[in-house]
Design a protein around this ligand. Structure first.
Ligand code: TXA
Ligand code: MG
Length: 344
């Protein structure tokens, strides 16, 4: 298949390209597009055959449900059974990096929800994503636009590497702002309590300001759950794995630097901020200027891909805390490190 590549230019050509992309989606084709979190691989959320194409292109198990992207919070009405709490959350966090799971209506095919009776809904903030959903005039099912098991793409180049020749169109809208996937919560549990299934830029504390009480699913901080059924099926798959061995180290700054400097060789690297980079004698992959959680989330997937481009053997990463925005980072890193935390 020939994949059309279009780079957003801020000119009238953008409208024509988005109209074309919308028509591809209505016809059951696949279009990759930017969001504020990561790039998505979109297809009509109302078509079982379009959903199948997503699973095929990604090499993704078809029991792992897709997130349905909508143009406005109210569009949820036609797809799911909403609650007053959904609208309170929408008022605060939509459009934005929050995905809400609700009981689904019959029009959402089981191929989109991995056979579940619930559907995940997200109203993205990224302007290109919003214009695309409006141009398509249908809800768009979209997982992250990576091959299954690869880090999620945060640049159009990443999508090209994974999807060129497999999908109809890639829209380049520049680098994603946030860099890790949306916070996924469910309101469809037995007691209706807001439960975080996947942490993201919308934090537990922020959710609690709206919901009162919030739970965090056990799978969020647990790397592998053989034989268990996490709330979010995606959590049970091997994820975010570079070829390099990710060595996650829980230590203070000084012990971390000492540990790395004693071991790292010429095929290894450490993730560190520019401010911290002088502590290390080995190759440093720069996460950002000062090392805030937002900077680390923003650069994480890009650096994991970079580690593979450099054919690195080991990448050393300081283990983040489990608080606030660091929880999203911890959740991704513990999977990338296959569950292993080193304590020197
Ligand atoms: O930021 C994001 O959410 C990105 C962009 C493209 O919007 N999308 C994304 O999709 O990360 P994906 O498919 O890579 O991750 C969706 C996650 C998976 O862990 C999946 O198991 C979970 O959401 N999920 C989807 N529908 C669900 C449902 N009905 N019940 C429980 N978990 C669900
Ligand atoms: Mg994904």
């Amino acid at each position: 298949m020939n994949t059309e590549f279009y780079k957003m230019s801020g000119t009238a050509e953008d409208d024509a390209a988005l109209e074309r992309a919308g028509a591809i989606l209505r016809d059951g084709g696949l279009v990759a597009f930017p969001t504020e979190t990561v790039y998505g691989l979109g297809a009509s959320a109302l078509s079982p055959t379009a959903a199948y194409k997503i699973y095929a292109a990604k090499g993704r198990p078809s029991d792992n449900p897709l997130i349905v992207h909508i143009a406005s919070p109210e569009q949820a009405e036609s797809l799911a059974y909403t609650t007053p709490l959904y609208y309170e959350l929408a008022r605060r966090f939509m459009p934005g990096p929050l995905t809400v799971i609700l009981p689904k209506r019959d029009c959402v095919p089981r191929e989109v929800t991995g056979g579940l009776q619930t559907v995940a809904l997200r109203c993205p903030e990224n302007i290109t994503a919003r214009r695309l959903i409006e141009a398509a005039d249908i809800p768009i099912a979209a997982p992250s636009a990576n091959l299954s098991g690869k880090p999620s793409p945060t640049k159009a180049d990443h999508v090209m590497g994974d999807m060129n020749g497999k999908i109809d169109m890639i829209i380049d809208g520049g680098e994603c702002d946030i860099g890790v996937e949306s916070t996924v919560i469910t309101l469809a549990g037995e007691d209706g309590v807001c439960t975080v299934l996947r942490p993201g830029a919308v934090t537990e504390d922020e959710l609690a300001e709206v919901c009162g009480s919030v739970r965090v699913d056990r799978a969020v901080c647990t790397p592998s759950l053989a034989g268990e059924h996490p709330g979010s099926p995606g959590m049970k798959y091997k994820h975010y794995s570079p070829n390099a061995n990710v060595v996650l180290i829980e230590a203070d700054d000084a012990s971390f630097a000492r540990y790395v400097n004693e071991r790292a060789g010429e095929h290894d690297a450490v993730f560190a901020s520019r401010a911290d980079s002088e502590r290390f004698t080995c190759r440093v992959l720069i996460t950002g200027e000062s090392g805030t959680a937002a900077e680390q989330n923003h650069s994480l997937y890009s650096l994991l891909r970079r580690a593979d481009e450099l054919s690195l053997e080991n990448v050393y990463i300081k283990c983040p805390s489990r608080e606030g925005e660091q929880l999203a980072l911890f959740n991704r890193l513990i999977r990338a490190a296959a569950g292993k935390i080193t304590r020197p």
